[in-house]
Design a protein around this ligand. Structure first.
Ligand SMILES: NC(=O)c1ccc[n+]([C@@H]2O[C@H](COP(=O)([O-])OP(=O)(O)OC[C@H]3O[C@@H](n4cnc5c(N)ncnc54)[C@H](OP(=O)(O)O)[C@@H]3O)[C@@H](O)[C@H]2O)c1
Length: 294
């Protein structure tokens, strides 16, 4: 039986785990929390609970010797576990170490198109940390001969991630004169992309995992509100937005780019189940409704 290690078994990790379990994998997922460990266990995932920097956790990762590693922990300002996990899996028969990165590494492009051939241009501390993590992944391809893949992701949505809470609370706002271009991917298609990156990807290669249609921020938020019977988000002035959401978050929110994936279809041969948010969002909201009723 093949073994998969999901490092940071959160929203995407749980969905990936479900698919790998269907493929008859033994799936181990990491979490720092006891309650999440119980959640993992009830989903058929073996929890590896504890801090990733703990010697015992790293020893157990080494002992597991997984064939597939999916890494979902965002970069940490202190004691980032990525180098430790790369070292702990260096001796394993890894077919792919799939690193979940972010399209934030492209920076703000004023609405222009970017693809995997575009030079990165991170502009925020988080995006710089992502670029540094990607470098570590590429280095591991050389130093450990680990078969790595870098998957740049944007705007994950799906059941349980449909903007419900931020719309309900009024926390989600749009900014006058800045209806930015954004990109999304339904979690089911994201999982297909991650699996295809493992199975058909190239070592150290970058894949943008985004759907087929960038859109304006307002289009997605308005549809999310309409589908869930919630008020559409409020438009506020830029000056009010600084006060309300703070400079750093505002900077991220004002970033505008249209991300294209040349490789998801051509190289990884993934046919998206939900090519646009107009296909995927009604399905995600529908599935949430079903689970609330059951
Ligand atoms: N959500 C998006 O739209 C989006 C867009 C672009 C890129 N991404 C990136 O894609 C990846 C997956 O996204 P997601 O939304 O599925 O993430 P998520 O639900 O937040 O899952 C990430 C998991 O990482 C674990 N984690 C966080 N900090 C950690 C630390 N210091 N040490 C050990 N574990 C830690 C957490 O697990 P425990 O708390 O259980 O330990 C968490 O469940 C993330 O890296 C995210 O930044 C997301």
């Amino acid at each position: 039986m093949k073994r998969a290690l999901i490092v940071g078994c959160g929203y995407t990790g749980m969905h990936l785990a479900a698919r790998l379990l269907e493929m008859d994998f033994r799936v181990v997922g990491t979490t720092r929390s006891g309650s999440r460990a119980a959640e993992l266990e009830s989903a058929g995932i073996e929890p590896l609970a504890g801090e990733l920097s703990d010697k015992e956790t790293l020893r157990r990762i080494d002992k597991l010797g997984p064939e597939v590693v999916a890494y979902f922990v965002p970069p940490q300002a202190q004691d980032d576990p990525l180098p430790m996990v790369l070292a702990a899996t260096a001796r394993a028969p890894v077919e792919a170490f799939v690193y979940a990165s972010s399209t934030s590494v492209y920076g703000d492009r004023g609405g222009d198109w970017v693809d995997e051939m575009t030079m990165v241009r991170p502009e925020t501390p988080e995006a710089e940390a992502r670029q540094a993590a990607e470098r570590q992944i590429v280095e591991a391809t050389w130093s450990y001969q680990t078969r790595t893949r870098i998957c740049r992701i944007s705007g994950i949505y799906g059941p349980g991630r449909t903007l419900r809470r931020p719309l309900e609370s009024g926390e989600y706002v749009l900014i006058e004169g800045h209806d930015t271009w954004v990109n999304r991917i339904h979690v089911d298609d994201l999982v297909s992309g991650l699996i295809a990156a493992w199975q058909r990807g190239g070592d150290g290669r970058v894949y943008n995992l985004v759907d087929a249609e960038p859109h304006r921020a307002s289009e997605y938020a308005n549809l999310a509100a309409d589908l869930q019977g919630l008020a559409r988000p409020q438009w506020i002035e830029l000056s009010a937005a600084v006060e309300r959401i703070g400079k750093e978050q505002l900077r991220r929110k004002l970033g505008s780019k249209r991300v294209r994936s040349r490789r998801l279809k051509d190289d990884l041969r993934v046919e998206l189940q939900y090519p646009t948010y107009r296909d995927g969002l009604p399905a995600a909201v529908g599935r949430e409704g079903q689970s609330r009723e059951s």
